[in-house]
Design a protein around this ligand. Structure first.
Ligand SMILES: Cc1ncc(COP(=O)(O)O)c(C=O)c1O
Length: 423
């Protein structure tokens, strides 16, 4: 098992690796070196500039290898997952317009996009924005009560104007893995027929932010045109990239920014050498240690779930464990049923002394019930007391034991307080 020594974790127990991950020590080391030695502008033609450009190329190769392609030019560095998703979604309006301009019989209407009702806001909100502007139509396909979308439900929403399908690879809150390859295979058949009958090709995107480093991600198996990668979810820095299958040649791609022509003009702006190098290193490690890391996640997540069951019995309800639905090896979405229904997941976490975990996704701060859980078939009563425990490379059995104790103490304390208030 690859369990590097990272930062000290004496007091806090971090079980929120789906929100973000600490930097791997090797990543810190190579970024420190890059800070000092790789500050030249990669576009400069003298030796140090060329050296910086070489480092970025190397990083691009590692990221390409991580997602299963030898074509490093298919990797476009971005600021993160949000930007990568926005780039794909915003591009659809131009894609449809350009395609239509080349047709003798253009399609009437606006481009249509298909997605699911459990996507991250970095997909949902740009879609909603374009829809409100009257620029696209969107079909939001509900997942089943097992939290997974059915490939056939996605494909049966296809219309003549459909230009994009975007479905996340794995859900950040539930851990449920979506049938991306199956949709990809079926879509190939649909696209063949569409091309023969003069309809626009449907482009296919997956947001793989939560999948990378936890489950195999291979663009050739997934059959996607675009794939979103987020560095800080696999022990790299806060940057991202977008895989585009043959930018401009096989797959259209449209920049959101215009400037100095970097990243093949797709994402101009002087390259963030430091972040690119750090992400490259994290990608190298994620690929190199994939099997060890995955076994570690499986082993410790199973232990966590056994301990939850042993300690809380029927009072700990672990969601999304249908044998037919695959899930991320590190994610445990669990509801704590307390004697008093008024005890919420937020209250439990707030009164924990050491455990750092999330109620739903860390990104949603307004305290409302998680739409993702509700849409995935969890009742509001259960959603209210559901905590997402996501483990990672630093997790140990001892930490799991301490986290369980912390949860027990927290719930007991809350129950006592409520009893006193009620009496
Ligand atoms: C599934 C998914 N997509 C996209 C993002 C957005 O990534 P970022 O906030 O780094 O841009 C996240 C982050 O939580 C995520 O979990």
């Amino acid at each position: 098992m690859h369990q590097p020594e990272m930062s000290s974790r004496e007091t806090n127990i971090f079980m929120d690796y789906n929100a973000t991950t600490p930097l791997a020590p090797e990543v810190v080391e190579c970024m420190q070196d890059a800070l000092v030695n790789c500050w030249s502008n990669p576009s400069s033609s003298y030796a140090r500039g060329i050296g910086a450009a070489e480092k970025i190329k190397e990083a691009r190769k590692y990221l390409a290898a991580l997602v299963g392609t030898p074509h490093h030019e298919d990797i476009i560095f971005t600021s993160g997952g949000t930007e990568s998703n926005n780039m794909v979604i915003n591009g659809i309006v131009k894609y449809f317009k350009e395609w239509n301009q080349k047709q003798s019989k253009p399609l009437s209407g606006i481009p249509h996009v298909i997605t699911t009702n459990v996507e991250h806001d970095a997909v949902i909100l740009p879609l909603k924005h374009l829809q409100e502007e009257g620029l696209i139509d969107v079909s939001v396909i509900p997942v089943t009560n097992k939290g997974v979308v059915e490939a056939d439900d996605i494909l049966s929403a296809v219309r003549p104007t459909t230009s994009l399908i975007t479905v996340m690879m794995a859900n950040n809150e539930t851990g449920v893995i979506m049938p991306i390859s199956e949709i990809g295979r079926k879509l190939q058949g649909v696209n063949r027929k569409r091309l023969a009958s003069g309809l626009i090709k449907i482009l296919y995107h997956t947001d793989a932010a939560q999948a990378i480093g936890k489950i195999p991600v291979d663009v050739e198996e997934l059959l996607v045109d675009y794939l979103t990668v987020v560095g800080h979810k696999f022990y790299g820095p806060r940057g991202g990239c977008l895989y585009v299958r043959g930018p401009f040649t096989a797959t259209p791609v449209y920049p959101m920014f215009y400037g100095g022509g970097q990243e093949n003009g797709i994402r101009p702006g002087t390259e963030n050498t430091l972040i690119a190098i750090g992400m490259g290193k994290a990608a190298f490690l994620a690929k190199q240690y994939f099997n060890q890391n995955q076994s570690l996640f499986i082993c410790f997540r199973k232990y966590l779930e056994e301990m939850l069951k042993m300690t809380f019995g029927e009072s700990a309800v672990i969601h999304f464990r249908d044998p037919d639905v695959p899930f991320l090896p590190n994610t445990c979405s669990v509801a704590f049923l307390t004697r008093d229904k008024g005890i919420t997941a937020s209250a439990i976490l707030s009164s924990c002394k050491q455990l750092e975990a999330s109620v739903g996704a860390a990104c949603h701060k307004d305290g409302s019930l998680s739409k993702i859980l509700l849409n995935s078939g969890i009742s509001s009563d259960l959603a209210r007391c559901t905590i997402r425990l996501s483990i990672g490379m630093l997790t140990t059995k001892n930490e799991i034991d301490l986290a369980i104790k912390d949860l027990v103490n927290s719930i007991q304390k809350l129950e006592k307080t409520l009893k006193v208030v009620q009496s």
